[in-house]
Ligand binder design. Structure first.
Ligand SMILES: Nc1ncnc2c1ncn2[C@@H]1O[C@H](COP(=O)(O)OP(=O)(O)OP(=O)(O)O)[C@@H](O)[C@H]1O
Length: 785
């Protein structure tokens, strides 16, 4: 059953007047809190500190007040959105954060939506009212109450409940019918019971949230992050929370949700950004992406690293010229050194020290023997004295050490060591491996076929791709990080910060001189060292920001959206970032587009947590109207007959349309199609979703039209992959038959495309229409080819 508007407005304006006066009180309270917090932060910033510990405490206070102020500022819009009246006569207001009355024993004036006492607002139903008599949604515009929606939770009241068990229908419907802006909004006022249970699930372990398109998985994932940070702040704020999304466009789309909920301790990232210093903006062929994502790449990379630990050929020792002498390293000596180094089980760059030691020992022995024989060379036989043995050494331990040190510093010896056991970076190993058919053949052995290896070959200097990132991460583990460079970089940054601080003090002092001779000089209370330190503290405000720069950072909780797209190698990287395995995995196996992606959660999680993961399902589609979901359901049946599409919460009365267009005419025709949709969407957003090959031509045609009609910001032309997780008021899917043909998961891709629409869907086919889409209404006068 779908939702129809069922708002029951209170009959008098008295209620609104009453609520307005309460809202005024809340905003007065908010304003006061802001002033007090800003004052305390400023006092903390000005505070003198005699000891480093006092300085650290002062800085921590300043940071805390700063964060609280940001939070107080973020809740300006929609501060209070709900009210609960309980059967025992109490009233609670629910809002974006908690406000308390200091003068009345800290009675709550406003309950934070995440507080346990606020929970019945989301869970109570007429059948199970949980002590609630009435749930009220307040509609506000800035600081003004503009409307109310009441629900009396009483089974005898008319129009209560229906088979979807929705809470706050009228407010929900109003939220769902709002035109899309290109930025996701929070759903804090209208979270539904099945969503609430996911948001408030326990922190520990892996929680999988499986749900069809539009069931609010992304919204729920973000609200869960906010809930966890509120409930487990101490545990999570130092390690931070990581949210992984499919594309940068998607991250921009969701970017405002957490700040609007007052949370900043979350790092939003795509898989492609999780190796600091690498920009993965290249694109792989589907085959290359699939091969790179396979778990077997772990063995291929380990072999590629081993291949870099080279030995001289048997019978052809490496000759090293040192000060006119030739030292020789034969295969056996090198093999023994390699064996010793490998047996340490240390990563390549760290095991190198053992290899180098062994080789230097061997070279030193050779050099010593040579020197000793040289000492006597050409000298007449000198008889031994009574206490000398004929095998006695001429050079003592100190001489040996000196020879060894000279050898270690000798450029020829170093070059030989670099050849045999080079210091390696992940980028160098991967670039060399994918740049050479020979290296690939050696490392992959029987693990990959010839054509799979060929798919991995890339031209020198080519861009990194998102599928390379987990491989680089794996290599970083196999190689071990030599942190000499990082330490030098840190020292350099400290020097820079000190220089900057000196500059700041200089400017402030000039101000002091201009303003007042009598005031305390800034240098009297702050020296450059301290200011530099504070700069650093403030520069690295949140755990999320520090985590973004540090590959080895481990997070307190990891949330993965569109998780069905992740490959086995992606999962390895994420598990490394989350050793506690406190994770929320959000996705839909029916929407898997990547060939390396998943069709069963147990398959990807099993290697890490066995069967110790919990599954929650979301079943109601809040985005896509029933008319469109009916068509999408047929496409899903082609892709995965065993899966069921979620139930739409609403109908629009507008069925999807279809029309055939000659491929040659497509760029000319798409303009007027988009024009029609822009008009029908009435200020909303329009997306043209098409196969990658058509995108450039369609983009330029659509851009011209949209610019002419003055709405370029409302129109996008995207591939299905780029549209993952996004939504638009009107969607036009071009060449659906090509989308289906382009990939083994083509019907899944088409399912994703159809379910991006919140209001209208059109299909433009350039060949015979797919039978699954024949339910769409053929536009009059437009023959379908
Ligand atoms: N309880 C709710 N109240 C209001 N709006 C909601 C609610 N739940 C979901 N929505 C809205 O429904 C739309 C779909 O939500 P979301 O993008 O989170 O779904 P999804 O399951 O991640 O979809 P997909 O898998 O297709 O990307 C969004 O506009 C979201 O704001």
């Amino acid at each position: 059953m779908s939702l129809s508007r069922n708002s029951r407005e209170p009959d008098t304006t008295t209620e609104i007047v009453h609520e307005q006066s309460y809202l005024d009180l809340l905003y007065r309270k908010l304003d006061t809190e802001r002033e007090v917090t800003a004052r305390r932060r400023d006092e903390a910033l000005r505070g003198q500190a005699e000891t480093p510990q006092a300085a650290a405490e002062r800085d921590a206070s300043a940071t805390m007040y700063g964060e609280r102020l940001a939070q107080l500022n973020s809740v300006e819009q929609g501060l209070c959105f709900g009210r609960l009246d309980t059967q025992d006569g109490q009233t609670h207001y629910i809002g974006r954060l908690g406000l308390f009355d200091e003068d009345a024993d800290y009675d709550p004036l406003l309950l934070d939506w995440r507080a346990p006492a606020a929970r019945p607002f989301y869970l109570a139903t007429a059948a199970s009212p949980d002590g609630v008599r009435r749930r009220r949604h307040l509609r506000t515009l800035s600081r003004t109450v503009v409307g109310l929606d009441d629900e009396i939770l009483d089974l005898t009241a008319p129009d209560q409940g229906h088979d979807l068990g929705l809470a706050g229908e009228a407010a929900l419907l109003a939220a769902l019918e709002r035109r899309r802006t290109g930025e996701m909004s929070d759903i804090v006022a209208t979270i539904q019971a099945e969503q609430d249970r996911v948001i408030r699930a326990d922190l520990g372990g892996v929680l999988v949230v499986q749900g069809g398109p539009g069931t609010g998985k992304t919204a729920v994932a973000l609200h869960r992050a906010a809930y966890l940070l509120y409930t487990h702040r101490r545990q999570l704020s130092s390690r931070g929370v990581l949210v992984v999304g499919p594309t940068r466009t998607f991250l921009r789309y969701i970017g405002q949700v957490l700040p609007s909920l007052g949370e900043t301790g979350v790092l939003l990232a795509t898989m492609g950004t999780l190796f600091p210093g690498v920009t993965a903006d290249g694109t792989d062929s589907p085959e290359a992406a699939e091969v790179k994502g396979r778990a077997v790449m772990v063995d291929v990379l380990a072999a590629a690293v081993r291949d870099r630990q080279v030995m001289p050929d048997a019978g052809a020792p490496l000759e090293i010229g040192v000060e006119g002498e030739t030292l020789r390293l034969d295969r056996d000596t090198c093999a023994r050194a390699r064996e010793r180094a490998r047996r340490t089980l240390r990563p390549h760059n760290l095991a190198r020290r053992v290899f180098v030691d062994q080789v230097l020992d061997a070279l030193t022995a050779q050099s010593v023997a040579r020197t000793e024989s040289d000492v006597f060379d050409g000298l007449p036989e000198i008889p031994l004295s009574a206490n000398e043995s004929p095998d006695g050494e001429v050079l003592d331990a100190r001489d040996h050490a000196a020879i060894r040190a000279e050898l270690a510093a000798d450029p020829a010896v170093r070059a030989a060591l670099d050849e045999l056991w080079p210091v390696l970076t992940p980028r160098r190993v991967l670039a060399d491996l994918f740049g050479s058919g020979e290296r690939l053949a050696s490392a992959a052995g029987d693990l990959l076929t010839e054509s799979e290896r060929a798919a991995l070959l890339r031209s020198a200097g080519g861009a990194w791709t998102p599928a390379d990132v987990p491989l680089l991460d794996e290599l970083a583990e196999l190689l071990g990080e030599d942190d000499t460079e990082a330490r030098a970089e840190q020292a350099r940054r400290q020097r820079e910060e000190r220089a900057y601080a000196e500059g700041v003090l200089h400017i402030l002092e000039q101000d002091d001189e201009i303003i007042d001779e009598e005031v305390v000089r800034v240098r009297d209370i702050l020296d450059a060292e301290l200011l530099a330190e504070r700069q650093q503290l403030r520069g690295d405000l949140t755990a999320a920001q520090r985590a973004a720069r540090d590959r080895t950072w481990t997070f307190g909780h990891v949330i993965v959206d569109e998780a069905q797209e992740l490959s086995a190698m992606d999962w390895r990287l994420l598990m490394r970032r989350c050793p506690s395995r406190s994770m929320t995995v959000v996705g839909d196996v029916a929407q898997t587009g990547a060939v390396a992606g998943t069709s069963a959660w147990g398959d990807v999680l099993g290697p890490y947590v066995g069967d110790r993961w919990r599954l929650r399902e979301l079943t109601v589609n809040y985005r896509t109207p029933a008319e469109i979901m009916e068509l999408a359901g047929r496409v899903l049946a082609e892709a995965n007959p065993e899966l069921r599409a979620p139930t739409s919460v609403r109908e629009t009365g507008t069925p999807p349309w279809r029309r055939g267009v000659d491929p040659a005419e497509l760029p000319d025709r798409i303009g007027s199609i988009v024009d029609d949709e822009l008009a029908a969407a009435d200020g909303g957003t329009v997306a043209v979703l098409c196969p990658a090959a058509l995108r450039p031509a369609l983009s330029s045609a659509v851009h011209t039209t949209a610019t002419t009609s003055g709405s370029p910001d409302r129109v996008s032309v995207l591939t299905v992959n780029q549209a993952k997780g996004l939504e638009f008021d009107a969607v036009v899917v071009v060449a659906p038959e090509e989308i289906v043909a382009a990939s083994p998961r083509g019907y899944n891709d088409l399912y994703v495309a159809l379910t991006r629409a919140t209001q209208r869907l059109g299909l433009v086919h350039t060949g015979p229409p797919l039978p699954a889409l024949s339910g769409a209404a053929e536009l009059p006068g437009e023959p379908v080819r």
